[in-house]
Design a protein around this ligand. Structure first.
Ligand code: ADP
Length: 598
């Protein structure tokens, strides 16, 4: 589970510059859809101008009617009809263009995020919880998608057009009344702005606490068998409760801030209106204003104040979305796995894998490999043994190019893997590990992952070679049987044979087997072992195995201890030497016999 970060207490400040930088980048990321955004922008301006125009007509028509000028009255009727028609058209077009802008932009940022995920190194996933990444992809992007059209429609087009056109109209009717009504707004605004600033940081905390909550939930669902078997539901319930509490606390904190900002803002709405009716009424009695002009004033003041309210609310929204965008950029800006390098497959080579004084540590000051050197020649089967935690899997991961911050040299086909293109290198390798990952699809498609171009017949042949065909055919739907989430509908041995069939189909010249039978019982192991023997034919095999009985026939056995290869040789040679391997082997025989007699 991910550690509860310090973020809840961190007092990181979001600066105004940072907010605009974050949002500017957000718009720029989807610049190819600016066309739709521009149409929505024009729609927003038109909507504001027609609104102000409509208010002017409605008020003026009263004065025209009171003056008895029926000719002008009729032309105003025409203008009213025109204004209604235009409003209808705009109200129809605006949601269409706005929706397109946000949906296409949302698709673009989702694509960027997915592409990025494909290019991230394994170390990223080892540090971050899956649920955290999912939260970035789901919640953040959903919300940012809406922001695209909402912001273009509101703060960038409708609101400023409404502010300028209606302020101009109000000033042309009565500048003094406009000044009186408007004077209160900046004061209220100042306080709203002060209250709104911390909302951005709180928004980030809300997203992070949701990601933590999701990670607990995901761990629970994936490890449900363990939780039940170890009667750990209570422990989980308390962790879950705490995560829920954090989500609630952070959300409430944010809603408190928002409520304060919105609550205070309402005064900038009510007070100017009261002033307009009160003082404006006196002006009508004095003859300074006509009734029609007061109607225009009141009608225009209402949407104007609404726009001002929107404008100040937008700042809080900017801060929220900037927090979300930053959350997304943390993913998009993570360092990628390198994509350069060459494909050296055609080079003549004797040695397939070579480690020369390799040093590696996951955490500084805690080395896993201190000085590891060995060679694996073409067509040989070499086993790596050592106690649990000695670094066997790490050696496999280094061969696959998962990490590049190691010391020494690792060669693949006689070339430094730093010069290799990682995709080309991985194409030369089939991996079978202790824990098999099956995707929630049919058996057929899970095997086909080894070679997406393979025909059904080739898939079936691979399954036959991996001793999987018979059990597959026992299912009612045969190869079309869904394996369930993570292959839960299959036994461990069946899952392993599917993984071997996948590797058969890939038919790569190098095989990395990482404890492929250690999670299986003796009967399941028998079939998997037979399948592996077939898979190994004609390949260079590098195997780690906990059960030493499974690697006795290897051409060479390497013993890893304290981060280095301490001895190597065939099983007989190492047994006769009576050192580390002998010790490991005897311990296992003893443990096994102990278990049998217990
Ligand atoms: P083995 O396969 O021999 O059991 P590993 O290669 O899996 O050993 O692990 C070697 C050591 O490195 C262990 O102490 C393990 O805890 C540590 N380790 C493995 N993976 C990571 C990781 N992603 N981050 C930090 N430490 C790790």
């Amino acid at each position: 589970m991910i550690q509860k970060g310090k973020h809840m207490n961190e007092k990181s400040k979001t600066t105004v510059k940072q907010v605009f930088k974050n949002l500017g980048r957000l718009y720029w990321m989807t610049k190819e859809h600016f066309g739709w955004g521009f149409l929505r922008f024009i729609g927003g301006i038109s909507s504001a101008l027609i609104g102000v125009f409509g208010s002017w007509i409605m008020g003026t028509v009263i004065d025209v009617a009171l003056s008895g000028d029926f000719k002008r009255f009729h032309s105003f009727m025409f203008l009213i009809a025109l204004q209604i028609t235009l409003r209808g058209i705009i109200n129809y077009v605006n949601p269409l263009t706005g929706r397109r802008y946000s949906v296409y932009s949302g698709r673009k940022i989702r694509t960027l995020a997915i592409e990025k995920i494909n290019r991230l190194p394994i170390s990223y996933y080892e540090k971050k919880h899956t649920a955290e990444t999912i939260s970035r992809l789901a919640n953040d992007i959903d919300s940012l998608q809406e922001f695209y059209s909402d912001s273009i429609a509101g703060i960038w087009s409708f609101v400023p057009s409404m502010l300028i056109s209606s302020t101009w109209l109000l000033c042309s009717i009565d500048p003094l009344l406009t000044l009186i009504c408007g004077s209160i707004i900046p004061i209220i605004w100042f306080f709203v702005g002060k209250i709104s600033i911390p909302i951005g940081d709180t928004s980030k905390n809300v997203q992070k606490s949701i990601a933590e909550y999701n990670s607990y939930l995901r761990d629970f669902l994936e490890g449900i068998h363990i939780y039940i078997a170890f009667a750990m539901k209570k422990i989980f319930a308390s962790k879950f409760e705490k995560a829920c509490r954090d989500v609630v606390e952070e959300s409430l904190k944010m809603s408190r801030m928002r409520s304060k900002a919105i609550g205070l803002n309402i005064f900038s709405f009510i007070i100017p209106q009261a002033l307009a009716y009160g003082i404006g009424g006196i002006f009508v009695v004095n003859g300074r204003l006509t009734i029609g002009q007061l109607v225009i004033f009141a009608n225009v003041l209402f949407p104007l104040l609404n726009s001002i309210r929107q404008l100040s609310g937008s700042w809080a929204d900017f801060l929220t979305q900037s927090g979300r965008a930053q959350h997304l950029y943390e993913l998009l800006d993570s360092p990628e796995e390198r994509a350069d390098g060459e494909d050296f497959t055609d080079n003549p080579h004797d040695t397939v894998i070579e480690f020369e004084n390799v040093r590696y540590s996951y955490v500084d000051g805690n080395p896993v490999l201190t000085d590891t050197s060995f060679k694996i020649c073409e067509g040989k089967k070499v086993a790596l043994v050592g106690s649990s935690g000695s670094g066997k899997t790490t050696v496999h991961k280094l061969i696959l190019g998962y990490y590049d911050n190691y010391g020494g040299i690792i060669r693949f086909y006689d070339k430094d893997i730093r010069e290799w293109n990682l995709k080309a290198l991985r194409n030369q390798v089939s991996v079978v590990t202790q824990e098999v990952y099956l995707f929630c699809d049919t058996i057929m498609e899970n095997i086909r992952l080894g070679n997406p171009q393979a025909s059904d017949e080739e898939v079936i042949n691979a399954a036959k070679a991996a001793y999987a065909h018979d059990f597959i055919m026992e299912f009612t739907d045969g190869y079309k049987t869904p394996v369930g989430e993570r292959g839960m509908k299959l036994s461990g041995g069946q899952r392993q044979r599917i993984a071997i069939a996948r590797a058969m189909l890939k038919n790569a010249p190098v095989l990395l087997l990482d404890e492929p039978t250690s999670a299986l019982d003796t009967k399941a192991e028998y079939y998997v072992q037979k399948a592996l023997e077939r898979l190994e034919e004609g390949k260079t095999v590098f195997i780690t195995a906990h059960r030493l009985s499974t690697i006795i026939n290897a051409d060479e056995i390497l013993v890893l201890d304290s981060g280095r290869i301490v001895e190597s040789g065939t099983h007989e040679e190492l047994i006769n030497r009576k050192t580390k391997y002998y010790e490991l082997y005897n311990r296992q025989v003893f443990e096994h016999e102990g278990k049998v007699t217990a």
